[in-house]
Design a protein around this ligand. Structure first.
Ligand code: F6P
Length: 345
């Protein structure tokens, strides 16, 4: 089969570096392979509704330093609709797409994998600021998020010190604590709470009390939004789910802050960094990683190697079957957490 027209979509939460991938795909695809491109709008929603815009040199010009995604994104899951898979495949034909590149996290790539399994010419590029995609060492956007949080921690340090306060900083990380651990180490956190570990509130309080007992008058605690506690009494209320069944998180930082102030008497404040971590310009590392992924993805299309995704292993960009990147998530390992723990309390 000769490839003429390639579609690209970005799904799930946006992430700095997405535009670097799109630019890499389009520049190499046009210049070296002579492909033409269609930018599918708003992730899988665009494939369900057949909404696309032409994508060429002009559209990708100047987008390298831009955060977000020029294609728009959504958390639409075609398989939530009856015959959703068939609708996407039908729309691929209508849009004259000979190939589709899906850039996204576990959810987006799971859809890509199902489509590829039913014979559609689809490849994937891993994306998430959470950095928890299996079999890939780093996803773009993560480095940017870690730098944003580290800068925030540096700033919070000075005000914590001035007021003798405990400062709780809630960061993203639904299932895994990569952002919390990397930024916590870089920003000198006195305690880091992540979903992979299930502490008790009593342990949290003990750590802070010990630190203050040895003469410290302030503390910085980094809390990943998805952390849960072993004590049943401390559960954050969940408010609804998205189409992939993920609960809307948020509130654990406030819970930790309230309980510390109540149990220790230390004045405590909470900062929720939220979507600040995902916005704005990507770091140089993420621009380079996104570009490398984009180039590798268009090479996959040229080889018509469907059902695969690109990944970073060591310092090499490799290709792996989509099913190796999805399903199970990559969690923070004990070795890394133990390094962070040296500085707790
Ligand atoms: O999946 C990436 C992520 O940023 C998570 O860390 C966070 O829980 C979630 O997206 C937030 O999603 P939304 O942008 O839909 O609020």
């Amino acid at each position: 089969m000769t490839i003429k027209t390639v579609g690209i979509l970005t799904g799930g939460g946006d992430c700095p570096g997405l535009n670097a991938v799109i630019r890499g795909v389009v520049r190499k695809g046009m210049n070296e392979y002579g492909f033409r491109f269609r930018g599918v709008q708003q992730g899988w929603r665009g494939m369900m509704e057949g909404v696309w815009e032409p994508l060429g040199s002009e559209e990708v010009s100047g987008i390298l330093p831009r955060g977000g995604t020029i294609l728009g994104t959504s958390r639409t899951n075609p398989y939530k609709t009856e015959d959703g898979g068939e609708i996407v495949i039908e729309n691929m034909k209508r849009m004259k797409l000979d190939a589709l590149i899906a850039i996204g996290g576990d959810d987006t790539l799971s859809v890509a994998q199902k489509l590829a399994a039913s014979g559609a010419p689809v490849v994937g590029v891993p994306k998430t600021i959470d950095n928890d995609i299996n079999n890939t060492d780093f996803t773009f956007g993560f480095d940017t998020a870690v730098n944003i949080v580290t800068e925030a921690l540096d700033r919070i340090h000075t005000t914590a010190e001035s007021h003798n306060r405990v400062m709780v900083v809630e960061v993203m990380g639904r299932h895994s604590g990569w952002i919390a651990v990397h930024s916590g180490i870089a920003g000198g956190a006195d305690l880091i709470l992540i979903p992979e570990q299930t502490p008790t509130i009593a342990e949290v309080i003990e750590t802070i009390k010990k630190r203050h007992a040895r003469g410290k008058s302030f503390s910085i605690i980094v809390v990943a939004e998805g952390v849960t506690f072993a004590d049943d009494d401390y559960v954050v209320q969940e408010s609804g789910t998205d189409e992939f069944g993920h609960v809307k998180l948020g509130g654990v930082g406030q819970l930790v802050s309230d309980v510390i102030e109540k149990e220790t008497g230390f004045e405590t404040r909470v900062t929720v960094l939220g979507h600040l971590q995902r916005g704005g310009t990507p770091t140089a590392f993420d621009r380079v990683l996104g570009t490398r992924y984009g180039i590798a993805a268009i090479d996959l299309v040229q080889r018509q190697d469907w059902g695969k995704m690109v990944a970073l292993q060591g310092n090499q960009i490799v290709t792996i079957p989509l099913e190796d990147g999805i399903g199970e998530l990559k969690m923070v390992d004990d070795d890394l957490y133990n390094i962070a723990k040296v500085f707790f309390g």
